[in-house]
Design a protein. Structure first.
Length: 299
């Protein structure tokens, strides 16, 4: 096939031997199967910011640290140089996350580097050597669903222990090879300690994964891994190898709505009385008093 323009420099430099075929095209990137160093790999071409449709990127990048102060200032100002740096930071986030999670023993594609907005990484295949399917294209027994779900929860635990939350995890960015699930698509990986949305994103990730596996094992809907994991994280008790239970102590106390409403009514009554006093002061008239309302001590 004709070599895409963005891959041509990598072919000329000998990083890629040849481009085999397109693999997929998404809102964030186009992915091609290529031959590199004598084996089949993936080349992920990130789309420019103006062409991307990924929304609310600020929610994901909150808390990411930029070591170079000049680069950080430019990114804050939104200059042309700053926007370029933002793009590089966004792209490098996935490379950094892949290396970081591989060290944490989370199943992710092996990265081989990022070159001018092109991420070169492992091509995940099934037992027949074909491209591995996404989880949403896979059916399984209830027993297999429970086993793979438990493994995914262990991966989420290891990610959290490494300081990361996927942020967009679902059956559409998990591949399945002969050894089980493989997590992909990590440019939006969230800093667990520095992002105010971390807990809600962790909860959403776990809910998405659990609801998919629950199609085959409905009892998984009764688990509470998000609460368990976030509780351990907040207490500083995370151990990458600990066994999770899916149980958590939930707050089951009913709200005392009567007391809350009484407090609201009292505040409203106080504000109405204050407004009457202000109007009376402006007109030099003594305000009308509600039954039981006394004069101010200083009046």
């Amino acid at each position: 096939m004709k070599t895409p323009k963005r891959l041509q420099p990598l072919v000329e430099e000998g990083i890629i031997d040849e481009v085999i075929s397109p693999l997929m095209s998404g809102k964030e990137a186009d992915v091609f199967i290529v031959r590199s160093a004598g084996e089949l790999r993936c080349a992920k071409i990130y789309k420019d910011a103006v062409k991307r449709s990924f929304k609310k990127a600020v929610q994901y990048t909150e808390g990411r640290k930029v070591r170079n102060s000049r680069r950080a200032r430019a990114m804050e100002k939104g200059s042309k140089f700053g926007r370029k740096q933002q793009e590089e930071t966004w792209q490098n986030a996935e490379v950094d996350a892949l290396y970081r999670l591989a060290r944490a023993e989370v199943r992710v594609p092996q990265p081989y580097g990022c070159f001018d907005g092109v991420l070169l990484m492992e091509l995940v295949t099934d037992e027949d050597g074909d491209v591995a399917p996404r989880l949403n294209d896979v059916t399984m027994s209830a027993e297999q669903a429970r086993e793979d779900h438990a493994l995914m929860m262990q991966y989420v635990l290891r990610m959290l222990a490494a300081g990361l939350i996927h942020g967009d995890l679902s059956e559409f960015n998990i591949l399945v090879d002969e050894d089980g699930p493989v997590i992909i698509d990590l440019p939006q990986a969230v800093d667990a300690a520095g992002n105010n949305n971390a807990q809600s994103m962790l909860t959403r990730d776990i809910r998405n994964v659990t609801e998919y596996y629950a199609q085959f094992a409905p009892d998984l809907l009764d688990t509470h891994y998000a609460e368990e994991l976030w509780g351990l994280f907040e207490e500083g008790d995370l151990n990458p190898e600990q066994t999770l239970t899916g149980l958590a102590e939930l707050d089951t106390h009913e709200a005392d709505t009567d007391s809350v409403m009484a407090e609201i009514r009292a505040v409203l009554a106080e504000e109405e009385a204050r407004q009457r006093r202000l109007k009376a002061a402006e007109s030099d008239e003594e305000p009308e008093r509600e039954p039981g309302e006394g004069y101010d001590q200083g009046a």
